[in-house]
Write a protein that binds this ligand. Structure first.
Ligand SMILES: Cc1cc2nc3c(=O)[nH]c(=O)nc-3n(C[C@H](O)[C@H](O)[C@H](O)COP(=O)(O)O)c2cc1C
Length: 398
């Protein structure tokens, strides 16, 4: 193997991938070889141990859980302004947006809702009730971002509060981006999720399974990724959040890398050493984009159940509420031993995506006026390592 590596490393990266067939797509899919556990040494740090047991401040304790919520590109777009001994305001961090792929910050606001939901669940586990006052200084429109709180949060001590059963899932939940095993969820699982989400929910959940849905999604999701890549600003935005090696993870404590797609151990080191480099991806994102498309095709093709959450309105509050819903669902699927993975390209609002988005809605009978807030795949797969989180202190002002 050593000799193999020495010979191959003299070739350029593109030839290497072609000759060995070791593109990221195929690598990410070899779960039998990967043999990865969700509980690696690195998943014990970067926030995933929960609050420091010595921490006394209830605000910091609940925030230690809230930072673990799902959020776009693991940007962690949150600022906390402490307003009282048991209260704080949540703001969008204007330095942590994704303007090229999320031009109206819709996904960023979903990531505020996931944060608030995780926080509420954590508070229940810590003997506190949470009171939210959404957009207390008025809600801004869905095309602007103003420096106004998304929510004022008050923690009220209530030792007899019923602990949300999802509390046990907070340190386990993750987005599982690896290949699934091609089996649909069972009818029981579908019913459980629908009942959990609630048939009266203003933001209905749709779940579809079967070969026809699978082939439509394989086509639509792959095309979505094809549209997404190949545009310099969008490529740069993704590459900026891609963590090419452990040093970058340590330095930034945000973003995502091949570990989150299920690549671990020797293979991960090999790829990070010889295939992936920030310099070459930034100089020419073509290979990086091609791998993203190949990976999207393979992961979609490995999945037999897809879901989405729709809202009739698309106000900032609708987006935040969709985040609450999505987060709960992801925690519920975690409790059920299922894997879940958002795939958002086709939902994005930049002009080049809109024709495919219209086709997606038509294919699945979604009202053209409605907003699909989250689209994701569901299935079964080995867990992947957690994405890193920054320190709570980095979010907190005041
Ligand atoms: C609004 C939103 C959109 C997302 N879109 C995608 C996506 O298109 N592709 C993807 O791989 N993950 C997507 N994710 C998942 C994030 O990458 C993931 O939540 C983040 O990296 C943190 O990782 P974790 O969920 O495993 O903790 C999305 C998450 C949210 C909340």
């Amino acid at each position: 193997m050593h000799q193999f590596m020495n010979e191959e490393v003299t070739m350029n990266r593109r030839n290497f991938i072609k000759l060995t067939g070791l593109g990221l797509g195929s690598l990410a899919l070899s779960s039998s070889i990967v043999g990865c556990s969700g509980n690696t040494a690195s998943s014990d740090i970067y926030g995933w141990n929960g609050p420091n047991p010595a921490e006394q401040d209830i605000r910091l304790k609940v925030l230690s859980y809230a930072i673990l919520s799902p959020n776009p590109h693991n940007k962690q777009p949150w600022i906390i302004n402490l307003t009282g001994p048991r209260s704080f305001d949540l703001y969008v961090d204007p330095e942590r947006l994704l303007p090229a792929t999320d031009p109206y910050y819709r996904q960023i606001h979903i990531g505020q809702g996931t944060f608030l939901e995780t926080l509420a669940i954590a508070a229940s586990g810590l003997g506190h009730q949470v009171r939210f006052d959404y957009f207390p200084q008025d809600m801004y429109s869905n095309t602007e971002l103003l420096h106004k709180p998304v929510a004022s949060v008050e923690l009220v001590e209530q030792p007899d509060i019923a602990v949300d059963p999802l509390f046990d899932q907070l340190l386990k939940r993750h987005s599982n981006k690896r290949e699934y095993d091609n089996r649909s969820l069972t009818a029981d699982e579908i019913n459980t999720l629908q009942a959990f989400h609630g048939t009266q929910n203003d933001r209905p959940l749709s779940l579809v399974s079967g070969p026809q849905a699978q082939s439509s999604f394989e086509k639509i999701l792959t095309e979505g990724m094809q549209i997404e890549v190949g545009d310099r600003a969008r490529d740069d935005e993704t590459i900026a959040m891609f963590r090419f090696d452990e040093d970058e993870v340590k330095q930034y404590r945000d973003g995502f890398g091949i570990a989150q797609a299920g690549v671990s151990g020797f293979k991960k080191r090999l790829i990070e050493t010889f295939f992936l480099s920030r310099n070459s991806a930034e100089a020419d994102p073509t290979d990086f984009g091609e791998q993203a498309v190949a990976m999207t095709r393979k992961t979609a093709a490995s999945t037999a159940t897809f879901g989405w959450i729709t809202s009739t309105g698309n106000s900032r509050l609708d987006q935040v509420k969709a985040g609450h819903d999505y987060c709960r669902l992801n925690l519920k699927t975690t409790a059920m031993g299922l894997a879940q993975h958002p795939m958002s390209q086709v939902l994005q609002e930049y002009p080049a995506m809109l024709p495919l988005q219209a086709e997606f809605k038509e294919t699945f009978g979604i009202n053209a006026q409605d907003t699909v807030q989250m689209l994701f795949r569901l299935g079964r797969a080995e867990p992947t390592p957690h994405g890193p989180r920054r320190l709570v202190s980095e979010l907190v002002q005041g």
